[in-house]
Write a protein that binds this ligand. Structure first.
Ligand SMILES: [Zn+2]
Ligand SMILES: [Zn+2]
Length: 118
C-alpha cells in the first residue's frame, strides 16, 4: 500500500468455500479452500473499484496453492469437488508444515520449528 491512510491500493482475500476429501498432489486426502483475491483502490478507506480478481485453491495438508484458470471458475463455484488436473500449481516460496502449521521455506526437508520431516 502506498500513500498510507488517504488513498491507496490494497489487496483482499475472501474465503469462498471449502472442499473436503480431495486428493492433493502430495498424496494426502485434504480439505481445500477456495479463495478469491483482488485488489482495490480506496480513498479514505472507501473502496472505489476493484480489479485483478483471481481464484486460488489452498490445500490444508501441505500449503500448496493452485490457481483456478478462467474457464474453470464458474464450474468450481458450483461443484463440490476439485479437479486438480485442471488447476495450475503456483510455486509458493513457503509451504505450511503439516505437523505444526508454521510456514516454512519450501526448499527445506525438515521443519525448523518442530524438527519433523515433511
Ligand atoms: Zn498436499
Ligand atoms: Zn513443523
Amino acid at each position: 500500500m502506498f500513500f498510507f491512510g488517504i488513498f491507496g491500493i490494497q489487496n483482499k482475500e475472501k474465503n469462498l468455500k471449502e472442499f473436503s476429501n480431495i486428493i492433493c498432489s502430495c498424496g494426502m486426502y485434504s480439505r481445500m479452500q477456495l479463495v478469491e483475491r483482488y485488489y482495490y483502490f480506496h480513498f479514505f478507506f472507501i473502496p472505489l473499484f476493484k480489479w485483478g480478481r483471481e481464484y486460488y485453491i489452498e490445500a490444508r495438508c501441505c500449503g500448496r496453492v493452485f490457481k483456478v484458470p478462467r474457464n474453470y471458475i464458474k464450474e468450481i463455484l458450483e461443484s463440490d469437488t476439485v479437479d486438480l488436473n485442471r488447476l495450475i500449481e503456483v510455486n509458493t516460496p513457503y509451504r505450511k508444515c503439516p505437523h505444526c502449521g508454521e510456514y516454512v521455506d519450501s526448499n527445506y526437508k525438515y521443519c525448523p520449528h518442530c524438527g519433523r520431516k515433511f
